[in-house]
Design a protein around this ligand. Structure first.
Ligand code: PHE
Length: 338
């Protein structure tokens, strides 16, 4: 009898250890712990054992039964937990798979470069101001010494809204708008969108400029060169040379076109700089006395410089982009590179 009990205990433990599926639990219980199990049969036979052995055998049988019930309960918890985590059967849950991350957006390359330009000038004490895209003929032209029928208007390919309203063709109207409200000393930049009826690989009908100007007593062309030199060193590097070529703008006198040494060939001559070693960088000059008169400044007392730079152009030089239209096709393969 004792041997039978121990053998049954061993078999049950072995079978229980081999269980890997929740569905096999019930057959196991029926076989070893159920009312019709071999074990229950043995318990019933206890009565026929010798009277002296009965208490000992009874105790043993009871211990085995309690033990087995505990092991069975533990196994059941284990399998249920495994099933909950999906560790058994298919489909399995791969806990090592990385989660789905939300894609991050970024600032447009033109915005990035614009912010960089503003930060450099702010670092030199310039304030930032923004003005309207829909501008009056007065601020866009008249106040800047470009009267009606002036040939300089031809350069601008203007989008007119009506007789007196237009989409600003440059950020220079901000010179007049700010000077008219404030007194020198002034140092300001005005970033924003400008519009010209023009479209090819170096022109888009809308592009961005940053206007800059400084007015004070005894401001010279040397100050302009100094400020632009610092700007170019920060935007590119301090080995990038610059030069000024004579030019014409009705609102500056003298006027200059500022070039920088080609950032691709370092001035050696290449396809980008058309073998000249130089790249056109921005328009600038000393603010014309006529503009000062318009805003009520005394040109004998004050002098100042102004410059206007094209943001797309600078970003093209900085990143080696060869077609301006790429900025506005919104192809993420292009935009995500910056
Ligand atoms: N407004 C001029 C342009 O758009 C640039 C410029 C600005 C030139 C300020 C001189 C001074 O071309």
């Amino acid at each position: 009898m004792e041997e039978e009990l121990l053998r049954l205990q061993q078999e049950a433990c072995r079978d229980l250890a081999a269980l890997h599926d929740l569905n096999d639990l019930e057959p196991f219980r029926v076989q070893y712990l159920g009312r019709k199990s071999e074990f229950t049969g043995l318990m019933r036979q206890l009565g026929q054992a010798a009277e002296a052995d009965r208490p000992r055998l009874g105790k043993l049988a009871n211990e085995i039964k309690i033990d087995l019930e505990k092991l069975f309960a533990a196994k059941k918890t284990e399998l249920e937990e495994a099933a909950r985590l999906g560790l058994t059967g298919a489909p399995a849950l791969d806990l090592s798979l990385p989660g789905r991350t939300a894609p991050f957006g970024k600032l447009h390359p033109v915005t990035q470069v614009m912010e960089e330009i503003c930060a450099i000038f702010e670092g030199m004490g310039f304030g930032v101001a923004e003005g309207p895209d829909v501008e009056t003929d007065f601020y866009n032209f008249e106040a800047l010494n470009i009267p009606k029928h002036h040939p300089a208007r031809d350069m601008h390919d203007t989008f007119y809204v009506n007789e007196s309203l237009l989409l600003r063709t440059h950020t220079s109207p901000m010179q007049a708008r700010i000077m008219e409200k404030q007194r020198p000393p002034l140092r300001m930049i005005a970033p924003g969108k400008v519009y010209r009826c023009d479209s090819d690989i170096t022109h888009t009908p809308m592009f961005h400029q940053v206007e800059g100007f400084l007015v004070d007593r005894k401001v010279s062309f040397g100050d302009l060169r100094g400020i632009l030199g610092v700007f170019i060193a920060k935007m590119f590097d301090d080995k990038t040379a610059m030069r000024a070529r004579p030019s014409f703008f009705p609102f500056t006198e003298p006027s200059a076109e500022i070039d920088i040494a080609c950032v691709i060939c370092r001035g050696q001559g290449c396809r980008v700089c058309k073998q000249t070693g130089w790249l056109e960088f921005l328009g600038a000059g000393m603010i014309d006395p006529e503009v000062f008169k318009q805003v009520g400044y005394d040109p004998e007392e004050y002098s100042g410089f102004a410059f206007g730079l094209g943001v797309e152009r600078i970003a093209m030089l900085k990143y080696g982009i060869n077609d301006i239209r790429l900025y506005y096709e919104n192809d993420l393969r292009f935009l995500a590179q910056f």
